[in-house]
Design a protein around this ligand. Sequence first.
Ligand code: APR
Length: 229
Amino acid sequence: MLKKAVILTGAGISAESGLRTFRDAGGLWEGHNVYDVATPEAWQRNPVLVQQFYNERRKSVREAAPNDAHRALVKLEQGYDVTIITQNIDDLHERAGSSTIVHLHGIITKSQSNNNPNLTYDIEGWELKMGDLCDQGSQLRPHVVWFGEAVPMIEKAAEICYTADIFIVIGTSLQVYPAAGLIDLVPKNALKFIVDLNETSVPGDVERIIEPASLGVPKLVARLLNTGA
Ligand code: APR
């Protein structure tokens, strides 16, 4: 039986693929007020602006490619039962070839019916416009969890964390809940690591690897595959 490796990723794992993070200098929220583009109120107030914001991001995602950190997590599957829990709405884990991915905040390559969030569709290309309707005739919106909305996948993610033998946090400031609380659900005897460009506040029993993800993750994966920790 393979040991379970649970990976929590944030925007930092995709930074070296050219996708901006949220809270770093020059990050996504630098250019936009969250409340203008990523809340249900923003969608009510100015849906065209919200669609434009996500169309721009979808275009960048389409133009980006997975990096060595995404690819290393695929390699980790050679020795572990790997589940990725990501806060990212890009599809770089999918495109790298990871087998099991839980998107806590949705995925930008899909749309959802405004009246029925369970009705989702793949978006061809990069544009979603007002007037694009679901099968039931209601407006399509990005399949993304906005601030103030429930995180439907959090229970599933919590169950996964309860069973972790190894827990690796990559490229997240751990400032947004409930995602940031997942580390507290991991068994005390699990091995915990964080790979981040900067020092982030984590519990004492977490091994810090302060490096860019594309360097730190492949090295950690090689170590774990060699030692079978
Ligand atoms: N390698 C590793 N870590 C990096 C790199 C890199 N090349 N570049 C940046 N980082 C780290 C930063 O140090 C920071 O800790 O990635 C983290 C990015 O943090 P945020 O910008 O806050 O992104 P994230 O933690 O994913 O945000 C969580 O907040 O805005 C919401 O829904 C949005 O999913 C997002 C959530």
